[in-house]
Design a protein around this ligand. Sequence first.
Ligand code: SF4
Length: 376
Amino acid sequence: MSSIYSYRKDLELVDIRSFEEIFSYEKEGTVVLYSFMSFDLEAVVDELKKLKKSGYMVVAGGPHATAMPQQLLNLGFDYVFVGDGEENIRKFIDGKFPENRIYDGITKRVVLSDYPPFCPEKSLYMPIEITRGCPFSCGYCQTPRLAGKLVRHRPIEQIVEYSKIGVENNRKIARFISPNSFGYGSKNGVTPNPEAVDTLLYNLKKVGVEEIYFGTFPSDVRPESVNEEILKVIKKYVNNKYIVIGAQSGSERVLEMIKRGHNLEEIERALSLLKEYDFIPRVDFIFGFPFETDEDIEKTFEFIKKIVNKYKAKVHAHTFMPLPGTPLANIGPGVLTKKHYKFLGLLTSQGYLDGYWLKQEQLARRVADVNSSSPI
Ligand code: SF4
């Protein structure tokens, strides 16, 4: 396994807390790195203008950069990184620049274990990314485009090795990043591999991790991946009472349109098992797809009432955002109706619902503007 320790000792990596702090660094030899979501574009461009005016080199990576690299070059970024960044950022630092100023981390994906999951030397700790890549193609999601469709798992030994470093530095809580944590160690990213998960969680405890959060944000779970074997395993180790599970709609028609790859029966099967194993299902729903009919909305509300009553589920609500680079990028922003406000407001007041759905309604309009004003 290679490590950033052995890479470049002359490199100083700084995690900036405020924008103004950047200007305390000389422009010569400083590179400002951005990774951001599409709805933050406006704010980032404001900062970019100030940085360029002061002569800094500015580069971008992450979900929006992967979806719209040329747009970012046109806006003034010096270089853009799409897809996996680990290998390309090293090329950049070594002065190897591509002619078109776009570093391609999509056609050549990295092996996760060749790179550390975080940088303890600079006190940059993160939840550990245990799996990258998702084989599904949900129409609203940027992940398969950013991370690829091929499922790549970080080896258990490396996760444990870095968690141990974390523990030695008083980071005793383990959280993970995965598009589907119950698929960790599996060939297809979906069918659970309980032995792998057991070995992972057992060894984390062994090196001194005191609390484990698995199957919660940002390591959510697909309904198909919930089975008795995996629940028995995680029950032994985890501190979370909730499991975050993606449903997204209570209408079969909408599930098909957004290409979720599961139906309502599969969601209920998963919720029933979660209840049996004494986990509270925290279920993600997306509201306001522009193609939703009144009937779809009613079906979703009925389904939510059912799962709240029958499985004691909590709802995590989102408003649809047409993210660039996704199949649903050009259908317009999510639209909430009076019915949505009434129903979601009621569930919120009863303590069954949370989420940033109101804020996301505004963000969705901003994202739609980004799509329509794109210069590419
Ligand atoms: S929503 Fe989840 S399952 Fe669907 S494509 Fe995105 S990461 Fe994969």
